[in-house]
Design a protein around this ligand. Structure first.
Ligand code: APR
Length: 252
């Protein structure tokens, strides 16, 4: 496919590539995305995932912790070939950073160093106390939930515990957003993989890069609002496409 060769060429020419990922890069690891048919928002009500509802309703916190305990299997999820192809960009010295909307830690598991992964929506491995800001490994807190405590409190101050992910209505981590914006404006190639690009401010990143002169590439199963803005668009599954792209990059 000539688009695959075109993206490989852009990567060969790039000195500073940013990869921007959404839930679509993890569906082949068994983690459902949000807006595809059968995705998370076809099973759960996004309204239940607002910070207002989480803080005001004990029932919401109960169902959140129940879902987290059920979702514990997600912690077992393994990177798929798309994650490994992205990690290879780092090994080739091409990757400036990964800016991800995902909370599944799979870029780190695939070998991208922690300091090269900017998690705009947090990371589900950790739980934070809204009272004293202490952080705990999610698995430690899930032990309490599995022991019958429906809504675990902070072991240090008995405050409200929340998985360290950004809920709707919550401000993103300002320093992460600032750093991601700065890097997007300083790369020469910005590759979007597996996102509908409909949630802001995350979805501003490709535009920041493009406006600063970077080339934009989009690898996605379905059309996105920014396809017209991209130098190359490859329609298909990231786990198939990205290894083929890296095969071509390695040829030269
Ligand atoms: N390969 C390529 N693209 C894929 C694949 C795949 N294997 N599987 C799904 N996709 C595409 C879908 O077609 C869709 O366009 O990935 C995109 C996933 O989009 P969303 O489900 O909207 O996920 P995302 O863009 O990450 O959502 C952004 O919304 O709900 C909030 O905080 C949540 O971080 C999330 C944010």
């Amino acid at each position: 496919m000539e688009e695959i060769e075109r993206l490989a060429q852009l990567i060969r020419e790039s000195k500073k590539t940013i990869v921007f990922t959404g839930a679509g890069v993890s569906t082949e690891s068994g983690i459902p995305d949000f807006r595809s048919p059968g995705g998370i928002w076809s099973k759960y009500d996004p309204e239940d995932f607002t910070i207002q509802r989480f803080l005001s309703s004990l029932d919401t916190r109960k169902s959140f912790w129940k879902a987290s305990a059920e979702g514990e299997l997600l912690m077992e999820a393994k990177p798929n070939p798309a994650h490994y192809a992205i990690a290879e960009l780092h090994q080739l010295g091409k990757l400036d950073s990964v800016i991800t909307q995902n909370i599944d830690n799979l870029h780190q598991k695939a070998g991208v160093p922690e300091d090269r992964v900017l998690e705009l929506h947090g990371n589900m491995q950790w739980v934070v106390c809204l009272g004293c800001r202490s952080r705990f490994p999610l698995l430690q807190i899930l032990q309490k939930v599995k022991g019958g405590i429906e809504v675990p409190d902070c072991p240090d101050c008995q405050g409200i515990l929340k998985p360290d992910v950004v809920l709707f209505g919550e401000a993103l981590l300002q320093e992460t957003l600032r750093e991601a914006t700065r890097r997007a404006q300083n790369c020469d190639l910005f590759i979007v993989i597996g996102s509908t690009l409909v949630i802001y401010p995350a979805a501003y990143m490709p535009t920041y890069a493009r406006e600063a002169g970077a080339r934009l590439a989009i690898v996605n199963l379905t059309p996105t609002p920014l396809d017209h803005y991209a130098t190359v668009v490859i329609r298909g599954k990231a786990g198939d496409i990205m290894p083929k792209v890296m095969e071509r990059v390695r040829l030269f």
